[in-house]
Design a protein around this ligand. Structure first.
Ligand SMILES: Cc1cc2nc3c(=O)[nH]c(=O)nc-3n(C[C@H](O)[C@H](O)[C@H](O)COP(=O)(O)OP(=O)(O)OC[C@H]3O[C@@H](n4cnc5c(N)ncnc54)[C@H](O)[C@@H]3O)c2cc1C
Length: 409
């Protein structure tokens, strides 16, 4: 099933492809990673950094899954606000999770700085505005929760917000330490880097199953079997070939990419989003374009015409223009894509509860890249026999609201 439709933007910003090794060897890898997007690339990098031998297998082309549709907003705040997460899992765990997300931003920056391709990683502030008067209280509560735990933020009332940004809304949270990136270049850069450090990359190879024989895992692909001591599934929003996922919600989301605009119309090139659900979100790009996302729908169907996608994208353009009237936006490209969330608004990261040496990094939720980063470090520690802090928050033996069983069986 296709996971996006329309005209993707990021692949137009880069011409070269990764050179791929497409022959299977008899090696037994320390880890085979199934899925060549953001999660697969970052997992491979964390394992290569830990001195392990790694192969990454991709059934289509590297970085062309959800990674190519990702709008590249990197934020320490999550779809579930800190004060809401405190209610859900308690203060200690919620704060620990927010801190790990905050640290993941620094790790992403460190990765970006090592890459052979410039991934347009730029530190940016974020503006999280109250969509209406009713939601202002949420923003104020969140400001208190974040400040109490030294997570960098500021609160702006309507007057300050309007004066600085031209946005007329009841109030907003201003957070620091976030960033924008070109996710396509970022992943392609990581793949180039790890390949130069000895990792093997295979594309056009679909994994059907993984079998264990005398302690070795055999990864069964359309063109033969690959041996591994550990396997990580980084299959994004697609069904992994082993294990059944519960507690996920699949939707369809739209993205509009504008023609380039005068950047001074946009206050500090901030990443902008709102409290309403589904939310409107937007950012600028290095070539002066504005990227706007939202209008999520409760369907996973992708048989949709470019005409219908353009209609939705023009709606996004018009919502953004109403929000910041001084922007003069014109649509240039548009697409829609499958988007995965989880019922408890946390990603699925960890070891299979019953099958040994099988791991999953499924970064469901709007903050997927941050989850890919923190998950890749967590899994590298697990595979090395360590016990990473806070792994139970995102672990796979947890159950989600409305379900009794573990999130992966
Ligand atoms: C419209 C949109 C906007 C988004 N915006 C943001 C954003 O601003 N910030 C953010 O952090 N996140 C965002 N996300 C989420 C982000 O895209 C995902 O979190 C991220 O791309 C997930 O990367 P991944 O590697 O897990 O998945 P993918 O990039 O989908 O990679 C999975 C790969 O696995 C391969 N695969 C699947 N099954 C198999 C198999 N059996 N054998 C071999 N290969 C297989 C697929 O072909 C695919 O390439 C957005 C998502 C969408 C759809």
């Amino acid at each position: 099933m296709p996971i996006h439709a329309g005209q993707l933007y990021w692949p137009t910003t880069m011409n070269e492809a990764n050179s791929i090794q497409n022959y299977i060897t008899d090696k037994t890898y320390d880890a085979v990673i199934i899925g060549g997007g953001m999660s697969g690339a970052l997992s491979a990098l964390s394992l290569v950094d830990a001195g392990m031998t790694v192969a990454v297998i991709e059934k289509e082309e590297f970085a062309y899954g959800s990674t190519a549709a990702n709008t590249g907003l990197l934020q320490y705040s999550n779809d579930i606000m800190l004060h809401e997460l405190i209610e859900q899992i308690g203060e200690e765990k919620a704060v620990a999770f927010y801190r790990v997300c905050y640290d993941a931003l620094k790790d992403l920056q460190e990765v970006a700085e090592q890459l052979p391709i410039d991934p347009d990683f730029i530190t940016r502030p974020s503006l999280y505005y109250a969509s209406d008067e009713k939601d202002l209280l949420k923003i104020q509560k969140e400001y208190k929760a974040l400040s109490k735990h030294d997570l960098p933020c500021d609160y702006w009332d309507r007057h300050a917000l309007l004066e600085k940004t031209g946005i007329d809304k009841p109030g907003a949270l201003w957070t620091f330490g976030d960033a924008e990136v070109n996710p396509f270049k970022f992943v392609r850069g990581i793949l180039q880097l790890i390949q130069s450090q000895g990792a093997d990359l295979h594309d056009g190879l679909e994994v059907d199953d993984v079998k264990e024989e005398e302690g070795i895992l055999h990864v069964l692909t359309t063109s033969g079997s690959i041996k591994a001591r550990n396997v990580i599934f980084t299959t994004g929003y697609m069904k992994p070939p082993v294990g059944k996922l519960t507690g996920d919600i699949i939707k369809r989301s739209y993205v509009a990419v504008s023609k380039s605009i005068e950047q001074h119309a946009w206050y500090e090139n901030a990443l902008i989003w709102e409290t309403k659900r589904p939310y409107l979100y937007m950012r600028t790009a290095v070539d002066g374009r504005v990227i706007i996302g939202g209008l999520d729908e409760e369907t996973d169907q992708m048989d949709i015409s470019q005409e219908k996608i353009n209609e939705k994208a023009n709606e996004l353009i018009s919502e953004a223009s109403q929000l910041i009237p001084r922007l003069k936006l014109e649509l240039e490209m548009s697409y829609c894509a499958i988007f995965g969330e989880s019922k408890d608004e946390l990603p699925f990261i960890g070891r299979h509860p019953e099958k040994s040496n099988l791991y999953y990094l499924l970064g469901f939720g709007g903050n997927g890249t941050v989850y890919s980063m923190l998950g890749s470090k967590l899994l590298a520690e697990l595979i090395q026999g360590k016990e990473p802090a806070n792994s139970e928050i995102v672990g796979l033996d947890r159950s989600v609201p409305g379900k009794r069983e573990a999130v992966i069986r």
